[in-house]
Write a protein that binds this ligand. Structure first.
Ligand SMILES: [Zn+2]
Length: 274
């Protein structure tokens, strides 16, 4: 059985630069050896990992990190939390665009809108998302979307950039929204990324949404070092935890672990070309 972690932030394990929150969490866990993290993933059958960048420095780190590691690929992105900085900095956006043609870069993101935390101004968030959609179209790359409490603003932007002739391909990562937005995502041909949240959310309607996701649109992810699945809450999340989420989902959906593993791995290979 082979699994893919389609969304993790392991490029900052033991790193001295990169995204500050992720680095702090790895640091807290006392884990400074990326090779050990990858080995534990491989032991759990997680044979492919997408290392997702959240800002310019972190994306650069991801691109470097995956170069010599055959199990890893990179996504380069500007997270909505960081949008204020990039909305005002054209030279940083240029440097970001240059990263997209580097080897093993398979996606743009994570990018999107986060009105829950609103760490950046909404206007900046929209502008930086639009910039990344232009690049995704230009480089013909799929997009890893982070959308939280912001779908009403997200869909009109998405629909301006995606057409039947030139659709934007991608995944709604860490999906926790309504079945109406699930349906809309599916209609647009987007994949739905599910992580440890499914194992610990107490919301019954949320669990119903996870059961509704068609297998052929489902992707597994961890968002490591965040969102550790139950019953391991309190520990650091690692890519090997994909297996825990998979086992939980299989129980909830009444499907075989092997079936979900095979289909989601094929989905990830199709979307990211890995
Ligand atoms: Zn993430």
């Amino acid at each position: 059985m082979e699994l893919v972690d389609t969304h993790c932030h392991i490029q900052s394990v033991g790193a001295l630069h990169g995204e500050v929150f992720t680095r702090a969490l790895w640091e807290k866990a006392g884990d400074r050896d990326p090779a050990a993290v990858i080995d534990r993933a491989l032991d759990a059958g997680v044979t492919r990992l997408i290392c997702v960048g959240c800002n310019l420095e972190d994306s650069d780190l991801a691109v470097e990190f995956v170069r010599e590691r055959p199990q890893c690929w990179a996504s380069v992105g500007m997270h909505p939390h960081e949008a204020d900085e990039y909305a005002a900095d054209e030279s940083a956006r240029d440097r970001f665009a240059k990263l997209l043609s580097r080897p093993k870069v398979v996606a743009v993101g994570e990018c999107g809108l986060d009105y829950f935390y609103e760490h950046s101004d909404k206007k900046s968030q929209r502008r930086v998302l639009e910039f990344q959609l232009v690049l995704a179209s230009r480089y013909d790359l799929p997009v890893i979307f982070h959308v939280r409490d912001a779908f009403d603003d997200f869909w009109p932007i998405f629909e301006r950039f995606s057409s039947p002739a030139r659709p934007i391909r991608g995944v709604l990562h860490s999906f926790t929204d309504s079945s109406a937005n699930l349906e809309k995502g599916l209609r647009h041909g987007l994949y739905i990324g599910v992580n440890g949240i499914t194992t610990f959310t107490k919301k019954p309607d949320q669990q119903a949404v996870y059961r509704q996701i068609p297998l052929d649109a489902l992707l597994l992810e961890t968002d490591a070092p965040f969102l550790t699945p139950a019953p391991y809450r309190g520990k650091i999340c690692e890519p090997y935890h994909v297996l825990t989420t998979l086992e939980f989902l299989a129980g909830q959906r009444g499907e075989l672990v092997e079936t979900i593993a095979a289909v989601t791995t094929e989905n990830a290979r199709q979307l990211f070309g890995i």
